[in-house]
Design a protein around this ligand. Structure first.
Ligand SMILES: C[S@@+](CC[C@H](N)C(=O)[O-])C[C@H]1O[C@@H](n2cnc3c(N)ncnc32)[C@H](O)[C@@H]1O
Length: 282
């Protein structure tokens, strides 16, 4: 039998640890990556049609780095996360950034959202669904929370991107396949060891995601490459700056989205159809 712990029990653990935040600060929020994020967040919000003063839901805010960017963009932000440790960091960082008045932080679980259906015209979820074992149910809740005509942007890890293919090829060559790889209705995932905890990581098949979202009445309206690779996480410290700079360059050059390891996909819910009897368009 495969030793596979209960997803709910795991999720609490890994996201409630200070070491997890420290690892992300090191791997992702490195000063050299800041300029890329400072561009990518406003680009995503602009592509969604967000304007200063609009209300935006940050679904799975983590330590709040992108809630802060959305607030700096001028949005009013509702930021939710399942983890108390993440929310404590997010509140402290927003305070230090001087934007806490723009952000309403709350504890909530994407797989059991307590938000009003249709409450948000703009929702983004950055790097979150890839870690939710029951991503299908999170998608249900996010789709339900989107208002008619609203936009939902998902930043996800993509299957069959260049770095995925390189890693698969190298693993085949070295005969070191990933253990416990699972095909899922949305792509392919597995449990990793992360600082002694286990972390679910799923790579999304964009075609499958598009079909799943269409079943929830959301259609794909935008797609852009985000991080070109995540090799910096595993590279020797000296190589890390180079890889982060390469990511920055690839983003600025707008290379084809399909090549990128992480991608931002934007979905739209159709506007409410008005009743023919009142004389408006069907
Ligand atoms: C990789 S972090 C991304 C955080 C943030 N969006 C960012 O990009 O910096 C993933 C976040 O998703 C949160 N998360 C995981 N499962 C969740 C769930 N079911 N509901 C809400 N948040 C969840 C975790 O607590 C964690 O903060």
């Amino acid at each position: 039998m495969v030793d596979r712990p209960e997803p709910a029990a795991l999720r609490g653990d890994v996201f409630e640890r200070e070491e997890t935040v420290a690892a992300w600060d090191d791997d992702y929020y490195h000063p050299l990556a800041a300029r890329y994020y400072d561009r990518a967040l406003p680009d995503m919000l602009t592509a969604m049609g967000v304007r200063p003063g609009d209300l935006v839901l940050d679904a799975g805010c983590g330590p709040g780095v992108h809630s802060i960017r959305a607030a700096r963009f001028g949005a009013k932000v509702k930021a939710i996360d399942v983890s108390s440790v993440m929310l404590a960091h997010a509140r402290a960082r927003a305070e230090r950034a001087g934007v806490s008045a723009m952000i309403d932080f709350a504890k909530d679980d994407l797989t059991k959202l307590s938000l009003e259906p249709g409450a948000f015209s703009f929702i983004f979820s950055w790097g979150v669904l890839i870690h939710v074992p029951d991503a299908m149910s999170a998608l249900d809740h996010l789709a339900r929370s989107a208002a008619p005509g609203g936009k939902l942007a998902l930043h996800i890890l993509a299957k069959d991107s260049l770095d995925d293919m390189i890693e698969q090829g190298l693993r085949r060559l070295l005969r070191k396949p990933l253990k416990n790889l699972e095909e899922t209705p949305l792509g392919r995932g597995n449990w990793y060891d992360f600082n002694g905890e286990r972390l679910w990581v799923q790579r999304f098949d964009i075609g499958k995601l598009e079909r799943v979202m269409a079943e929830r009445d959301l259609r794909l309206v935008g797609r852009r490459g985000a991080e070109f690779s995540e090799f910096q996480r595993r590279a020797p410290k000296l190589l890390r700056p180079l890889l982060l700079l390469a990511n920055r360059l690839a983003y600025d050059l707008r290379l084809p989205a399909a090549l990128f390891c992480t991608q931002i996909v934007i979905f739209e819910k159709p506007p409410e159809r008005r009743n023919r009897i009142d004389g408006s368009a069907p």
